[in-house]
Every structure is written in C-alpha cells, then in structure tokens.
Write a protein that binds this ligand. Sequence first.
Ligand code: ADP
Ligand code: ADP
Length: 225
Amino acid sequence: MLKLNNVSVKYGNVIALENVSMEINEGETISIVGANGAGKSTTLKAISGLVKCHTGTIELEDQLLHKSEPEAIVRKGIIQVPEGRRVFPQMTVFENIEMGATLRKDKANIAKEIKEIFSRFPRLKERSKQLAGTLSGGEQQMLAIARGLIAKPKILMLDEPSLGLAPLIIEEIARLIKELQKGGMTILLIEQNARMALKLSNRAYVLETGRVALEGNAQTLLNDD
Ligand code: ADP
Ligand code: ADP
C-alpha cells in the first residue's frame, strides 16, 4: 500500500535518513523503532511531505507521494497523530474531534461518525463538553487519536503514543490500537518503547543512525530482543 524506496533525507549536512526502504501492506501494523535521533520522526515527516526526500521515492497505491504538498498527502488519507498529544486546549473534546473532520474530502455523516467514535472512547464521551486542556495526559492522547480517526485515514501514523504516560494508560492505548487493528486499520507506529511497539505490530523496522539496521517479524524481534 505504502512504499518507501531508497529514501534519503538531509538537514543541511546532517544525513537523517540514508537509503531507507520500507513497505506497509493494507491492514498491517508496522512499527519503526530505534534510539533517539535514529530517524523515526524524519521517516514520518518524509511520508507526510513535511521534509523533502533528497533521493528516493514514496508511493501510495502506485501514486507518487514524495513531490506532493503536505495538505495533498493528508487528503490522500495519510493521517498523523502527532507526538506530545497536541490537542486544542481551549476547545472542547467534541470540537477537537470535529476539527479532525476538516481534513476529510467528504463531509457527509460526520455527526454519526463522531457518535461511533464516542462509543469506542467512553472516557471521551463522558467529557465531550469539557475543555481538552483539562484532560489527563492519557485522555489527551486518546483525543488526538480520535481526531485522527474522524479524518478517515487509509494509514494512521502514531508518533510515540506512549511517551510520558503512566503504565495503566499505556495499556489502555494499546487496547485501543488492537481494536483499530481488528477493524482493519493500517497503522504505522513510531516508538522509543520498542517492547510496546513490537507487541502491537506485525512487522518492524529498526533504525540506527538513519539506516534500516533490521527488518522482520515483530514477534521474532521481540524474542531475540
Ligand atoms: P528520532 O525521531 O528517531 O529521534 P529524528 O528523525 O528526529 O530521530 O532525527 C534524525 C536525525 O536528524 C538526528 O541526528 C537529528 O538530530 C537530526 N535532525 C532532526 N531534525 C532536524 C532539523 N530540523 N535540523 C537538523 N537536524 C535535524
Ligand atoms: P491522570 O492521573 O491520568 O494524570 P489527572 O489527575 O490529570 O489524571 O485527571 C483526572 C481526571 O480529572 C481526568 O479525567 C481529567 O479529565 C479530570 N480533570 C483534570 N483536571 C481537570 C480540570 N481542571 N477540570 C476538569 N476536569 C479535570
């Protein structure tokens, strides 16, 4: 579904990604793991068009992506849930989710789909009229995911969803990701928490200083550790 072919990205003289190739099939969860500075965020930015590829190509269902503007890439269905639980603090939970729908091509059935999303996120439903800034960290992460879902992603990219959260909340986020997988969602997950990412994934890419050091079945990587 999504393919990166020998992608390199430079920031000035810094080579952040070097000849990175990856493939994500429909319905798969792929994780990209690696230490701080390995190039995980840059990979997501290259896919979403926020940084330009110095060399290489990115394809979504045989359409070239890497020359498109970020807005066009979003409209093709590549939706990123940013790191750091960026929600609009002065807007309510409901309004935050509605904002996500502005990224959609078709504006039909939004109210019905927000209802469906609330049925999956009971914590958010209870707080639908509360300002997002008053939610706990875990709830803000859920809201950021809910806002991504209303945009009807073909591929949902999650940037460090476990960062800075308490273990119990991380389990809840993990359960949510599993539910999305059951619904057939294609997910690209970036994590420093490799164990969490591998447990949730079909396959994984391990990045080391901008290169793919290892690629394989997540369960196998988890056992080899
Ligand atoms: P990760 O997400 O795995 O922590 P990044 O993709 O953020 O890694 O960073 C990869 C490399 O690119 C690192 O060496 C980092 O310092 C560098 N880098 C990231 N963003 C910039 C930038 N805007 N300007 C210069 N160097 C950057
Ligand atoms: P956590 O233990 O997950 O960090 P918090 O202690 O931050 O959670 O918040 C507990 C609950 O109280 C959350 O459901 C959050 O939505 C609610 N809450 C926190 N701060 C406020 C506030 N200023 N106004 C209304 N509700 C709040």
